[in-house]
Design a protein around this ligand. Structure first.
Ligand code: SAH
Length: 463
């Protein structure tokens, strides 16, 4: 992030505008709207600017910029390119934020695209690099925000002090406001029924403080890594969380979607290197929820597939702690989609088994009857034991030439898929230095994968 986004209070402060063209006129409108005292320096001005000068709302000097123009200035905008260097040289020493229109290279401040629902202002920036994209985004946000949003914010502001006086700071106050914005009173305000809303709001504010809500643990599946594959329900739980416990294995971008003020605890379970034991994790969940917090336990993929979600749920139930499960897209489905390998396909595979290559003692612990069958095998945690796994599958009766895909970091930006056979799998994993997380897909359907080279006969049989 090159620029730090802030909103500056310019009301009653002097802002210098150098230039008198259309761009200057646009900036002038915004500055006046924000209550700034504008000092304008330009040899020529547009009729709109001339009118503002005549109306007395702008101090005007008809000449080139001189350093004395910077006295007491809080913010500078230059739309006249010929003056930019001089202004820059004179203002740099003083550290006054400078915006040169369309010249991020000369600017120390850039102005964002704005969606105005005063007092709610959405500002959108691209480090000055893609103004057209910013405009497109602005249109989409304009369309998405209800016109009554500003009214709603103003309404809430009117009750801020009253709520502050009746609710202690922290969780209780935040929950009051969350309940308000999600509830019927806010809907009334958006609807334009402010009088009704006002009566109802007074009642809410004066009502005895709600007892601290009982805590809740949400076991949330976040999918294989791509944040676009989060469910809406997962996103909502992540946005409402007080405490978040997450595994090291969830995709690197997922945490960006957690409420910024939520407590974050990495319980980093990587194979062989637990930074918190399962017992400690259970205790953390219980203790946070018992204190009335909304606890979100983030899990890669789906919580109920090789994620110990079942154990956590049973424990919480025993402890009398409310819990819910939010399903996620499991790695097998993410990997299959990423590699474009259908897990079932008429004529090739009638079913699919989800298996783990990592038994309790670390050795593969697999039912030979499952391995021998006709269906596809999707194997989790199989990387480090790939060679032995392949041998077992062959011993169970599958041909050594059965195709295998290794889908590494499926749906992450650096995902890759490698193809081999049961016979070559061990070598493949070693040669290609697969780090994981990786999912193994075994079966004829692998030949349909995106970069596989399927035998022609197989393709014909499959269509
Ligand atoms: N609950 C998870 C699985 C946890 S076990 C789920 O439903 O997906 C961890 C194993 O999942 C890893 O060893 C790997 O085999 C697999 N895995 C998780 N994320 C993956 C990804 N993005 N790509 C490939 N495999 C993944």
């Amino acid at each position: 992030m090159k620029y730090f986004p802030i909103f500056i209070d310019v009301a009653q402060r002097v802002c210098l505008l150098v230039g008198g063209d259309e761009a200057a006129a646009r900036k002038l409108r915004l500055l006046l709207k924000a209550g700034a005292k504008v000092r304008l320096v330009a040899k020529q001005v547009t009729p709109e600017i001339a009118e503002a000068i005549a109306g007395g709302s702008v101090g005007y000097a008809q000449r080139d910029f001189v350093p004395a123009d910077l006295a007491n200035v809080a913010y500078i905008v230059v739309s006249d390119d010929s003056q930019a260097e001089a202004v820059r040289a004179a203002s740099a020493r003083l550290g006054i934020p400078l915006n040169v229109v369309d010249r991020p290279d000369l600017s120390t401040a850039i102005t964002p695209g704005i969606v105005d629902r005063n007092p709610v202002i959405v500002a959108i920036g691209s480090n000055g690099g893609a103004p057209v994209l910013v405009r497109r985004l602005r249109e989409r946000i304009e369309a998405a925000l209800p016109p009554g949003l500003g009214r709603l914010a103003a309404f809430a502001q009117r009750f801020r002090l009253a709520v502050a006086a009746t609710r202690p700071p922290g969780d209780a106050r935040r929950r009051f406001w969350e309940g308000f914005f999600d509830g019927p009173v806010a809907a009334q305000v958006l609807d334009g029924r402010e009088d009704e809303a006002c009566d109802e709001m007074l009642r809410l504010v004066n009502a005895a403080e709600q007892p601290a809500p009982a805590g809740l643990v949400s076991l949330v599946g976040v999918g294989p890594g791509d944040p676009d594959l989060l469910t809406l329900k997962a996103l909502r739980a992540m946005q409402d969380a007080d405490s978040v416990l997450y595994d090291a294995l969830i995709g690197p971008e997922i945490l960006d979607y957690v409420r910024r003020d939520a407590e974050r605890i990495c319980v980093g379970k990587r194979k062989g290197a637990h930074c918190k034991s399962q017992k400690e994790i259970l205790e953390l969940l219980r203790e946070r929820a018992a204190a009335g917090r909304r606890v979100v336990r983030l899990k890669g993929g789906d919580p109920f597939l090789f994620g110990r979600g079942g154990e956590e749920l049973v424990y919480l139930r025993q402890q009398g702690i409310a819990a819910e499960v939010v399903p996620g897209i499991t790695a097998a489905l993410g990997a299959a989609a990423a590699a474009e390998i259908p897990l079932t396909h008429r004529g090739l595979a009638q079913g699919c088994s989800l298996l783990t290559g990592h038994g309790k003692d670390g050795e593969p612990d697999l039912d030979p009857a499952l391995l021998a069958g006709q269906g596809t095998l999707a194997i989790y945690m199989g990387l480090s034991v790939a060679k032995r796994l392949a041998e077992r599958i062959v011993a169970a009766g599958r041909p050594a030439g059965t195709p295998v895909a290794v889908v590494e970091r499926a749906t992450w930006k650096d995902q890759r898929t490698l193809y081999g056979t049961l016979e070559t799998l061990g070598d493949l994993v070693r040669r290609e230095a697969v780090i994981g997380p990786a999912l193994l897909i075994v079966g004829d359907v692998v030949s349909l994968g995106r970069e596989a080279a399927p035998p022609r006969s197989l393709l014909q049989a499959a269509v």
